[in-house]
Ligand binder design. Structure first.
Ligand SMILES: NC(=O)c1ccc[n+]([C@@H]2O[C@H](COP(=O)([O-])OP(=O)(O)OC[C@H]3O[C@@H](n4cnc5c(N)ncnc54)[C@H](O)[C@@H]3O)[C@@H](O)[C@H]2O)c1
Length: 252
């Protein structure tokens, strides 16, 4: 599918990878609907997309809230017409061990800590995909859905909640690719390793060095490199049902 003039929703488009991917697609002439929780960040991202050469609009929406997602997808459809793409990128971290023992006392991961990550990173992906896919089928428009999983889907220490959500996203990607192919909709994923976002840029050099030491390419990925893979998936009509791993060769 050509990217130019296509209507693509990017969740978590206000900052980080979401914003970088949106700007990259805007540079190729896409029409973007950016979804996030913070109006100011969204406005800045919209301006950046317009400067990069695409059209863009902002929508406040919590992807974990069913009513908000239904209303958001309806509004985007009204504003832009048929939808062609969805990038399920919004995500959060609430890291912690399943249990810790200190001075003989056991403390555990709370249900709230588990649930918050499952709600945004897994249920949010389900809700957005369901609503967008239904609109694509209704409009008989070709479509591509790309889910941002993570290298942590293999099981990363301190990330019971996040690893479970990202593994769920990876397997749902395969299910949806099989179920939606008959309607001309492709579904694929990207599993990034460590990517240099704002959060990482503020880390101490020693911590950064430790983090990159285990990566065969000895550096973190750049947001534009993830965006490049996203564009590849959108443009390659034979790519579906697979997770593209972009991690500099790192294995957890
Ligand atoms: N940065 C990395 O190294 C890395 C590695 C692997 C996977 N990922 C994944 O990539 C995605 C983006 O990560 P990032 O590093 O850019 O994170 P980030 O925190 O910089 O950006 C995430 C964005 O999602 C938004 N968001 C959070 N909860 C939301 C909700 N309920 N509804 C709508 N928007 C919401 C946030 O406001 C934020 O703008 C995430 O899914 C993350 O798990 C990132």
């Amino acid at each position: 599918m050509q990217i130019k003039d296509k209507v693509i929703i990017v969740t978590g488009g206000g900052q980080g990878l979401g914003r970088a991917m949106a700007e990259y697609l805007a540079g190729k002439g896409a029409r973007l609907a950016l979804i996030d929780l913070n109006q100011q960040r969204l406005d800045e991202a919209v301006a950046a997309c317009k400067a990069a050469g695409g059209d863009a609009r902002a929508y406040l929406c919590n992807v974990a809230d069913e009513a908000q997602v239904i209303a958001m997808v309806a509004r985007v459809t009204e504003d832009f017409g048929a939808l062609h793409g969805l990038v399920n990128n919004a995500g959060i971290l609430r890291d912690g061990l399943l249990l810790k023992v200190r001075d003989g006392e056991i403390s555990t991961m709370s249900l709230a800590q588990w649930q918050a990550v499952i709600d945004v990173n897994l249920t949010g992906v389900f809700l957005c995909t369901r609503e967008v896919a239904a609109r694509m089928v209704e409009a008989k428009s070709e479509g591509v859905i790309v889910n941002i999983s993570s290298i942590s889907r293999a099981g990363n220490m301190g990330q019971t909640n996040y690893s479970a959500a990202k593994a769920g996203v990876a397997s749902a990607t395969v299910v949806w690719a099989k179920e939606l192919a008959r309607y001309g909709i492709r579904v694929a994923g990207i599993a990034p390793g460590f990517i240099e976002t704002e959060m990482v840029a503020s880390m101490k050099p020693e911590a950064l060095e430790k983090m990159t030491a285990g990566i065969p390419l000895r550096r973190m990925g750049k947001p534009e490199e993830i965006a490049h893979s996203l564009a590849y998936i959108i443009e390659n009509d034979y790519y579906t049902g697979r997770i593209l791993e972009l991690d500099g060769g790192l294995r957890l």
